[in-house]
Design a protein around this ligand. Sequence first.
Ligand code: ZN
Ligand code: ZN
Length: 420
Amino acid sequence: MTDGVWNGLDELGPRLADLYRDLHRHPELSLQEHRTAGLLADGLRPLGFEVTEQVGGTGVVGVLRNGDGPVVMLRADIDALPVAERTGLPYASTERATDADGQEVPVMHACGHDMHATCLLGAATLLAGATTAWAGTLLVVFQPAEELARGARDMVEDGLFERFPKPDIVLGQHVGPLPAGFIGHAAGPVMAASDSARVVLHGRGGHGSRPESTVDPVLMAAHVVTRLQGIVAREVPPAEAAVVTVGRLRAGTKDNIIPDTAELGVNVRSYTPRVRDRVRAAVERVVRAEAAAQAAPRPPEIDWTHGMPLLVSDPEATAATVAAFAAHFGAERLLPMPPVSASEDVGVFGEAAGVPTVFWFWGGLDADTTFAALAAGQLDTLPGNHSAHFAPVVEPTLGTGVQTLVVAALAWLTTTTADA
Ligand code: ZN
Ligand code: ZN
């Protein structure tokens, strides 16, 4: 019924590949995506979208009204990471930028958001070129600052769902270390909730030769780190999952000086509100108890700073979308997946609008290499998201990522019998 939608795909492919390589070569850090946003807005305008820039900072919103019908939101994130690219590709990034702390850092699209943005512009192009095949409203959202867990929230707080049509469904995707041409799907909790805490342990500093006159926050921190690893092992039911990581630990200036304080960065991943609450409470309990055990002069500070909600792909809506993928790509191109322990802020949109979200993954790695690694039980040796070596093969990743968005959108828009 909607075959006409695909008419432009072959001609579109090389143009999208050029845009992808351009974005890859010129990545921009979270909240600095000015050039990227400009290119995407310029790409949407000639297609007939009403385009608004600077929504929630550097976000771009496109609206295409095409008669009565549902409002379908397609979302892509657009920011890059402070990583020095080591892919060796001819279009590898050599960019550097100044981060929020004033440090100069390398910049790389190490999470594939350049691929997300390009595929969404491609899907917008095909759907705008086939308006007789569907009815409804297309809401295209290019979201900044996903890597800071704030871009989605910033766009919602800037009136995304008051200034633009409120969607009936939110659709999004992430490229990852699966074979290119394949789609990974799961329903229910698909990506973990993430919570970060900054912990400051207070001791009493002094000379390293006279520990009896001090309260050593380094020893306190060491006990906290070890003890925190008992939470998942002893307090989370074996059939449930959580991760506790201390990724940052800072104390002291010199080997013979006992410092006044030690600072820890703690990150918690979880898949249910119950486990999340329990693990967070346990982190606080352990930190307070270790401070008390050592007679700290002041209680510790625990600030939960950085949260990503659990991402739930609505089971019913996901089943309908996956059925549409199976009809289009063939069931053999679909890979059922367990939930992943990484996090995403796309769920903020569906939650704020009070509508279901459907989120899936698609492959970006050379399929032969990936299946060989899988057969050898060495899948973990392949570069994944956030690696300096992560770069999707351009095709079939690009073509697949365009088609998944179009197929998913058409599963929700009112499709008509007249071909474009
Ligand atoms: Zn990422
Ligand atoms: Zn990402």
